[in-house]
Design a protein around this ligand. Structure first.
Ligand SMILES: O=C1CCCN[C@@H]1CCCn1cnc2cc(F)c(F)cc2c1=O
Ligand SMILES: [Mg+2]
Length: 505
């Protein structure tokens, strides 16, 4: 098994594929756009589930499970919600050797599956707020170039769907979930994100407004949507007749409920890998890593006496059980057919945050040598201080990964007021924050006019490559001061806000 043979800066997608497969996070599958999540990546998803499930349960959300199959009648219940998406709906048309009477869709999302039952179950305002979530997978038969974790035809996600008596109650829900999405990125994945609202062009058409957390991939200079939380207003309750009687009296008209829906998917794993991993392989943030540390015996040669060898191995095993008992996710590598050096690169490839080297000399000093995966720094830690020093070291690694990524994002998010500068900054792998008029046609124009090189030439169109036009990523909640008379970056209309634009995934 050799290490990574591709440079992250030179061949990003080749590098990305290699570290995922060689780091044993993923394997390719014979159905295009589908991948196998191996234990190392599934363990990351489990940590995210544990964190987020605890948050939403504290918020009164109940998990449930609805069928993955949707009849065409039900799916097409809301024409324009689904119309634009029709090309990516996967259908079951046959079972065994006989065709089905009616084709049955595989859920691409579950609004049309769940909401008819919401209408049936919700009667009184005392049933509100009504909050459910599903941990499931959905299928979207995307035709764009598939990318592991980032764009796959099946992916795992959670989809939350809540029902409220008032617009304000629903709005509170949308923002609470968005904060927890940001916390998943910052506290678990060590990834900085910008919170904001989607523009009319980019929001979920079936909703009232969409909030989002936006990430940034330094190697490509592209923005990436991290997760979304929608205020659906009364659009779906009017369509599915989800109503409650008026609390002020049954003589008053029924109230159409106010809803939210929100989703975060296994795409987050791709974002984490692209930002933190390097040319030695994966770098996994400690709070989501399958193993936080790996114990490796060192300093044993053919000349080492059996007594010393046995002492090293028994000390390693004691250390392993002690660390496990203190809640550290630890593994060890006692394979005697590989050298320590080989093991060091193998566990670096897998991105384990800390390796502990244990040899006769270390034990003589009652210490072990801890080596950080993020900086490579080595530090001797006293054996009897490991229980307190190792968690601190893991937190220091998390903090370093986060701060490094945050500095890069902050450095590559530039404020722009002239159109000529807008394209230039994109070509320097930046996302831009610019005054904008809020007019959808203007956004279309920005997308068209920004797919340019600095010399004004178009990029050669390659349908395989992602587009070079800048989309709006979000209207950041944290807004620069908009001075009176500020003009839109693209057209001469008055700017109404600062919007973040960027080439994106
Ligand atoms: O984004 C979320 C969060 C979780 C619940 N759903 C919302 C909106 C999903 C928007 N969306 C996204 N993609 C879709 C793909 C389809 F093939 C299709 F039929 C419908 C959709 C579709 O509605
Ligand atoms: Mg899509």
């Amino acid at each position: 098994l050799i290490g990574v043979t591709v440079d992250k800066e030179k061949d990003f997608s080749g590098w990305y594929q290699q570290i995922l497969t060689k780091g044993e996070m993923l394997d390719y599958y014979d159905v295009s756009g589908c991948y196998i999540m191996r234990p190392a990546s599934y363990a990351v998803w489990e940590q995210i589930q544990k964190f987020f499930d605890e948050k939403i349960k504290s918020d009164g959300v109940a998990n449930a499970y609805f069928p993955m199959f949707v009849s065409s009648k039900v799916l097409e219940k809301e024409k324009d919600h689904v119309e634009g998406f029709a090309p990516e709906v996967a259908w079951v048309t046959r079972a065994g050797s006989s065709d089905l009477e009616e084709p049955i869709a595989i859920r691409p999302t579950s609004e049309t599956v769940m909401y008819p039952y919401y209408a049936k179950w919700i009667r009184s305002h005392r049933d509100l707020p009504f909050k459910m979530n599903q941990w499931n997978s959905v299928v979207r038969w995307e035709f764009k170039h598939p990318q592991p974790f980032l764009r796959t035809r099946e992916f795992l996600w959670q989809e939350g769907h809540t029902v409220h008596l008032t617009h304000e109650d629903a709005e509170g829900q949308v923002l609470r979930i968005l904060d927890w999405y940001e916390e998943i990125y910052r506290e678990l994945l060590a990834v900085p994100v910008v919170k904001g609202v989607k523009t009319e062009n980019e929001k979920f058409a079936g909703g009232k407004f969409t909030t989002t957390v936006e990430g940034y991939i330094p190697t490509t200079g592209r923005g990436i949507q991290g997760a979304t939380s929608h205020h659906l207003g009364q659009n779906f309750s009017k369509m599915f007749n989800i109503t409650v009687e008026n609390p002020e009296g049954s003589d008053k008209p029924k109230i159409y409920t106010h809803q939210t829906s929100w989703g975060l998917s296994t795409r987050v794993i791709g974002v984490m890998v692209m930002i933190h991993s390097d040319n030695k392989g994966l770098v996994i943030p400690p709070r989501v890593s399958q193993y936080q540390t790996v114990i490796i015996p060192v300093g044993l040669t053919s000349k080492t006496t059996k007594e010393v060898v046995d002492n090293v191995y028994s000390s390693c095993k004691d250390l392993e059980s002690r660390l496990k008992a203190s809640g550290i996710r630890v593994t060890s590598d006692y394979r005697d057919n590989y050298s320590p050096g080989w093991k060091f690169s193998n566990w670096e490839l897998k991105g384990v945050p800390v390796r502990l080297e244990v040899g006769p000399k270390d034990l003589a000093n009652k210490s072990v040598l801890a080596v950080r995966r993020d900086t490579g720094a080595k530090v001797a830690i006293k054996l009897d201080e490991l229980d307190t020093e190792l968690p601190k070291l893991l937190d220091a690694i998390h903090e370093n990964l986060y701060q490094t990524a945050k500095e890069k994002f902050d450095e590559h998010r530039v404020l722009v007021h002239e159109w000529s500068d807008f394209v230039h900054q994109l070509n320097k792998k930046n996302v831009v924050v610019a005054p904008w008029c809020g007019v959808p046609e203007c956004e279309d124009e920005i997308k068209d006019k920004s797919a340019k090189q600095d010399n004004g030439e178009d990029f050669e169109v390659d349908e395989k490559a992602p587009s070079m036009g800048a989309k709006s990523l979000c209207i950041p909640y944290s807004q620069p001061e908009l001075k009176a008379g500020t003009k839109c970056i693209r057209c001469e209309k008055a700017a109404i806000n600062y919007t973040m634009f960027g080439r994106s995934y």
